[in-house]
Structures are given as structure tokens and as C-alpha cells.
Design a protein around this ligand. Sequence first.
Ligand code: FAD
Ligand code: NAD
Length: 465
Amino acid sequence: MQSTNVLILGGGPAGYVAALRTAQAGIATVLVESSQAGGTCLNIGCIPSKALIHAAEEFHKLGGSGAVSRLGIRVDAPSLDLGRLNEWKGGVIGRLTAGVQALLKQAGVKVIHGEGRVLDGKTVEVVPADSDGKPTRIVCQNLVLATGSEPAALPMLPFGGRVVSSTEALFPDKLPNSLAVVGGGYIGLELGMAYAKLGSRVTLIEAQGSVLPNWDAALSRPVEKRLRDLGVELLLDTRVHEGDVEQGRLRLASAQGDSQDRQFDRILVAVGRRPRSREAGIESLMLDMDGPFIRVDEQGRTSMRQVWAIGDITGEPMLAHRAMAQAEVVAAAIAGQRRRFDPSAIPAVCYADPEVVVSGLLPEEARTHYGDVLTASFPFANNGRALTLDAAEGFVRVVARREDHRILGWQAVGPNVSELAAAFTQSIEMCARLEDVAGTIHAHPTLSEAVQEAALRALGAGLHG
Ligand code: FAD
Ligand code: NAD
């Protein structure tokens, strides 16, 4: 039997950040992780997906078929060494996970590699991964649940055979000739587009009437156009009715009542993620829930004293930066500091082509909350930097309160707009008004000039159109 002040179950972005912070505050901390430090994000999520997307883009840029590009660069037909690509991706992951392990060690966190099981709000039993599997019990004063999430399966299409989740799709040993992607959300778009750029024939099946259905049509339209340009077959308003996992056969049914039978080499199911909130003994604590998520207050407290929860198990948006921000708050609360998790905006980025960023309120949401609002868009077609990048698709849009011009939201679609997320979110957190952004000198030529121009347009004072 061991004892500690803080025991954190799960070493993803939520768990490892909380562990670093409590240990740095001088609090005895144990982190239990069954797989790899860094969790979904570093090992099977954010990082490998962005590496694959980058590699696919580089390959695609070379012309794929050896065509002369618009920029006058001629290349012979490139070929793809998937083994080398996976090795490089593994190297990026290895560097980051080793970095996290080093930080944990430096901070004095005791890391136990093993499967944890909650026995009660103060006791966790761990089956170590690296010994004879003899379980040990750890007693703690503060239990932090950070067990994250896993891919959700469709009942008629369980994972196995030709049906894979993002985890397998991130490390392909062979490129499928034909790939069905079920779900046109973050993962479906990011990985579906990457596979299309690497040379697979991709069919994207989305139940709703557009991809990224939680956002408005202006944001999804440029992505849908690019999907079609890449040769991706886009089946909207379509669901999988039946599936044959071994043969890769799907019976698809459209909202209009049509049905078709199709066969694919591989099927990627990306219809959302399921929080690990009712397993590993957590269910025995009978915590208050919000649907499948553990209910927490603004400091990450659950309904049981000194049991805390952070990250994907606590709700949407299931994003790494939200998990890390929650972890900071919980660690501060355990250290006795007054902090709340009460962000004005949590940015969301879909690394599709073009990229999409949303921070704060969409125009429709702002109208619902505030009635009359100002919105204005500035197209990248009028931005010098976008033209020099040969990527003039997309726009930046701002949403502000009409009465005092306070900025409520930003959205952008376009090249590398993920990097605008910080400026968008800072302006919202700092309660900036349109005049603050419009009056800030933005470097030329940069994509960020479109941010200033959108603010100017909203004020009726657009400069470049
Ligand atoms: P996780 O990262 O899931 O970590 C939970 C950890 O707990 C895991 O390591 C698991 O092994 C461990 N664990 C679970 N149960 C036990 C147990 N009983 N005992 C011991 N250990 C246990 N988010 C972004 O913000 N940006 C992106 O670009 C992005 N891209 C993504 C791409 C993909 C393909 C996927 C799948 C996800 C992506 N996400 C992205 C989401 C992001 O990965 C998650 O929001 C984030 O990892 C959540 O962090 P977490 O710590 O809550 O959970
Ligand atoms: P998602 O919620 O983003 O998208 C799921 C899509 O599947 C939706 O468009 C939905 O309408 C569709 N769908 C649901 N059931 C369907 C069905 N039966 N047939 C066809 N379509 C169906 O989920 P995801 O893409 O699996 O990603 C899971 C989560 O992982 C995200 O919500 C996000 O939290 C995280 N993630 C984030 C990033 C990022 O930040 N860039 C990238 C990848 C994943």
C-alpha cells in the first residue's frame, strides 16, 4: 500500500499537465498511465494526425502524377515510402512523449505504468504493466480522473476486419485503393483528405447535409469544394444502414430514401468519441453525470469531495487545449489557489484543406444571445500574402455586438488560418472592440491583415475592398 496527496488517473494532456502543476507546487503526486504519457493527443491523436496531414500535403504538392504545377515547377512522378513516413511520424511522437516524461521526472511526479482501477474516492488499485502484474493499492487525498476518450463505433459496423478507427488509420501499413470515411467531422475531413492526397480513392459519407455540420455553410462550403477538387466522392445526408466488416461492404441509405450497396478496401469510422467515464471503477463512485460526461464545477470538482475530473471525460469540446486549461485550474484548486475554468472562448481548429478556425460565437449564436449583431467577412482573394501562397480561397469573419462593437466571435477558412486562433481568442478574452483590432498595425504582407480588414469592414471602413 502506497500513499500520496494527489493521484491522477490517466496521463493525457489533462492528466500530465495536472501532475506537472501539482508536483511543481510541492504536492506529492502520483500519475497512473496504462499506455503512453501524452495520451491520445501525442500518441494517436493531434500529433500523428497533423504529421500525416503535412506529409500528404507535401506529397500532393509534388504533383502526384508528375504534372507541371501552376508555379512552373516540374517534378518527376514522386513515390511514397509509407515505412519511412511512419518512421518519421513515430520520431515526432517519440520526441514529444520523451519530453513529457522528462518534465514529469524533473517535477518529481511518480509515474506508475499500469492499469488503474478506482476502488473508492480515496483508493486506486494498479496492475503494473512491467512486472508480474501483482496489483498495488494507492491511497490518496485527492483523486483526479483524467481517463480521456476512445473512438465511438457504429452498432452495424464494429471495428475489426476492414473497419478501422482513427488509431489504425494514423499508421497505415498499406494505402487502400478505396477508402470509405464515415463521418464528415474533424477526423473524417482531416484523415479523409490526407488519404486522398496520398492517392486513395476516398468516399466521404456524412449523415447531415454538410460536412462540419455544427458550423455554418459559409465555413463548410470551401472545404466541400476542395474535397470535390481532390476527387473525393461526397455523400451527404447519407448513413450506413448495414455493413459487412470482413468484405468491406456497406449498404448506404440517403435521407431521400435511396439506397446503394458499395464495397471498399478499408472503412474508417469517425462518428465521434466516447468518454471513458463509466469504466475503470469510476462508475462505482456514482458521480453526478451530464449524459455520458462527468459533471464538474468551475474548479473541476465532481459531486464527490476531493474527487476531481478533467479533459474529455468532462464534456465538449473534447480538445487537448481545453483539457490542459482545465488541468491547470484543478491543480491550482488542489494547491489552495482561487482559480476558475471560465473561458470566454475555446478555439477550435479543423486541419482540413483549407483549414477552418472558430473562436467565440458564430453569427447565428451571437444573434440568439444578443439580437442585433455586426458581422463582416474579408476574403483571402483580396489579401496579398494569400495570393503569394497560391491559396486565395477562404475568408476571415468577425462577429461583434452592435451597441458597443465588442468582439464576440471570429471564424476563418483558408491557408494556415490555424495560426490566427491565438489572435482571435486573445481579442475575445481581452474584451477587445472592433476599433482595437482595426487600429492595430498588422504586418504586411501577412494573412493576419485579413483580420484587421474584417474589423474595418464591420465598422463600415474597409480599406482593400
Ligand atoms: P486522453 O488524451 O485520451 O488521455 C487519457 C489517458 O488516460 C490515456 O493515455 C489512457 O491510456 C489513460 N487511461 C485511461 N484509462 C486508464 C486507466 N484505467 N488506468 C491508467 N490509465 C488510463 N484535439 C485538439 O485540441 N487538437 C487536435 O488537432 C486534435 N486532433 C485529434 C486527432 C485525432 C485523430 C484524435 C483521436 C483526437 C484529436 N484531438 C485533438 C482530441 C485530443 O486528442 C483530446 O481532446 C485529448 O487528448 C484529451 O485529453 P485527455 O487527457 O482528456 O484524454
Ligand atoms: P465529430 O463529432 O467531429 O464528427 C462526427 C461526424 O460524423 C459528424 O459530422 C456527424 O454528423 C457524423 N455522423 C455521426 N453519425 C453518423 C452516421 N451514422 N453516419 C454518417 N455520419 C455520421 O467526430 P470525429 O471526427 O470522430 O472526432 C471526434 C472528436 O475528436 C472531435 O469531436 C474532437 O473533439 C476531436 N478531434 C479534434 C480535432 C481537432 O481539434 N483538429 C481533430 C480530430 C479529432
